[in-house]
Write a protein that binds this ligand. Sequence first.
Ligand SMILES: [Zn+2]
Length: 287
Amino acid sequence: MSRIGSMDKTNCTQANTCSDRSETSIIQVEDPCEVCREYLVEPVLVLHPYTVVKCLRCGFIYVIPRPGLPDLESIYEESYFTGQGPYGYKPGENYLYDDTRLGIFVERIATIERYRKPPGFMVDVGCANGFSLRAARDRGWECIGIDISEFAVNFARERYGLNVIRGTLRQVALGDASVDVLTMWDFIEHVPSPREECMEANRIVKPGGILALSTPDADAPNPSPESCDPAKAAFWQADPPEHLQYFNASTISRLLADTGFHVVNLIFFGKGDRREGAMEVYAVKGG
Ligand SMILES: [Zn+2]
């Protein structure tokens, strides 16, 4: 194993094996691929201090090194949602108050109800300001939200009276097989370990219960290649430290299958849809 010539020493330290001897661009990472447990990857591009890599076995694309929880908490502050900081929504996007987005969540809840109907207990992890919880509550679901963002949690509680807990899914430690539906909208691409999240999902979701998620499709074409950042030419979606995991239909289905979920519906969104380039995945817990 060796490292690509363009990788600097900082990135080199993220790999267990690091040598200048070979011309190849394969490196061995410290933590195995979240999807297939492979250690060998090919660097896709370097966005210092992060490197986007591609698993040699399954093709999963992800970021090394993984930021820690304190780093992530510092990203998802008020400025993330209001467009005033280096990360998150752009100024003028008005995410917090843009109720035209609510329709997307109404549609998602309706899709879930094709497989499981209320009443029941629904949990939305990475709930932000609570769009999904509002849509679910209106349909008669008993629901709680979970988010690491103190700002988002307070906003959802105070503005909409939603039951929202600050923390990670594992910190909240819901009971075994206590959840009918777990939703992860635009969540899994932000977390350091999707496998850990899916394993925790498997623990808390009832047999026959639903895990529903949305995430960008790593195979989606760039909708505006002419304005692509040249630094991201090798992979236009690269966006660390916000997006750390880049799934396509194959890798998300494999991860879900490996953690006990059977995909029943996979929806892609193309031109003309507000979710262009994203996919939604609906899966049933086996057993
Ligand atoms: Zn892999």
